[in-house]
Design a binder for this molecule. Sequence first.
Ligand code: AKG
Length: 210
Amino acid sequence: LFPRGRTTIAPGAVHVPEWLDAARQAELLAACREWARPPAGLRTVRTPGGGTMTARQVCLGLHWYPYGYARTVVDGDGAPVKPFPVWLGELGRRAVADALGPEAAAGAAYDIALINFYDADARMGMHRDSDERSGAPVVSLSLGDTCVFRFGNTENRNRPWTDVELRGGDLFVFGGPSRLAYHGVPRVHPGTAPPGLGLRGRLNITLRVS
Ligand code: AKG
């Protein structure tokens, strides 16, 4: 049985609103605040063209930089990346089972997390998550402010795409034929975070298998 409200956006791409209850959101936020502390804490990502990404990032398990992975923060303080906790991998497998079914979750050994923090002006351009060798589904968990999540096609950054409102507590999983779909965040709606959470801005946690 799948959770209520589960919506298929494209084959293999599923949105599950309100997947994390308020207590789980608070736990995850507390964990993110710990992970954001140095060493290997929240950093501004520099792009190859000389610019910077507007969402700031901290990684677990392996450190992502444009466009690769490393065991140390190669474009920051040089510290070893923080470990990927076992409980987060279990959460990832449960997310995939709820979104895509138990077969899709079997054997998905999540070992990387990218945590992006968006303030009111942050955005993320259309891109593909193609730096992982594994084809395991990407699990995305959102906390805080609502955003517009643009889920596109696998060919290019252009239409067709579907704009999905991701709210704090929502789950989005994309795997199978949608694993390499372009996606991005054109807009965050400031001040829309659940009032009790104590987060100003938006956090997104993606879990991946290297
Ligand atoms: C990424 O980490 O690659 C994302 O696209 C994040 C998407 C989001 O913030 O919802």
